[in-house]
Ligand binder design. Structure first.
Ligand code: GRF
Length: 215
């Protein structure tokens, strides 16, 4: 199988990045993380990448004159690693339309809710406040609509009566660490793609919820 170069963008802890790194060591997959790029110099995920021998780069958005200028520099930096896939793993920046279009069909994001529910922030708290019995996480292709692109895979997590946002977040995080590697390896193996019908896995267009994993 031909290698699939992957660039991962982070802003923080990078536990999803760690799950991706660990999964490559065990999976028979052509995915190769060529670089980890952060907009924050203090992101712990940079340490995780260094420990795994992966190239790192910091591009501080505050050093740029506006979103377009930052995104243009980001595209240049990413493309220097010749990626087939770009993975957003806790990258806390809204990306411009130009950036998103440049990586159309090869840009994935993970979001801590069962999209289309709870786009944006504070998803665990919002699920609890709504009295939901189920919550979860979603991997999706990125389009210009924030947290709105075609879904690839979702994992459902039961909500317990004594859950706090923290306990629920922990349970959701464990599932994130399962589904993001899955999606990356599907893509790297050529099994996953985006076309005009939506998300296609193994030649079949997936339903709007993507591939659904229940507990
Ligand atoms: C995750 O909850 C992810 O769903 C969201 O940002 C968080 C990143 O966590 N997009 P980590 O940095 O991977 O630990």
């Amino acid at each position: 199988m031909v290698d699939c170069n992957v660039v991962v963008l982070i802003s923080g802890s990078g536990s999803n990045l760690q799950a991706l790194i660990d999964s490559i060591a065990t999976a028979d997959s052509p995915a190769r993380i060529r670089a980890v790029i952060s907009n924050r110099a203090d992101a712990y995920g940079l340490e995780r990448a260094k420990q795994a021998g992966i190239a790192t780069l910091v591009l501080d958005h505050k050093q740029f004159d506006g979103r377009e200028a930052f995104d243009a520099a980001l595209v240049e930096a990413i493309d220097g690693f010749d990626p087939q896939l770009v993975v957003l793993a806790g990258f806390m920046r809204i990306l411009s339309g130009g950036f998103v279009r440049h990586y159309e069909g090869r840009l994935l994001n993970i979001h801590p809710s069962l999209l289309p529910k709870y786009k944006g922030l504070h998803t665990h708290q919002r699920a609890l406040e709504a009295g939901d019995s189920e919550h979860g996480c979603s991997v999706h292709f990125v389009t210009e609509e924030l947290d709105g692109g075609p879904l690839v895979v979702q994992a459902v997590v039961p909500v317990k009566s004594d859950d706090t946002p923290d306990t629920l977040a922990q349970r959701v995080h464990a599932e994130e660490h399962r589904i993001y590697p899955l999606a990356m390896h599907w893509f790297a193996a050529g099994r996953l793609r985006l076309d005009s019908s939506g998300t296609v896995l193994d030649g079949q267009t997936l339903p709007a919820s993507g591939h659904l994993i229940r507990p």
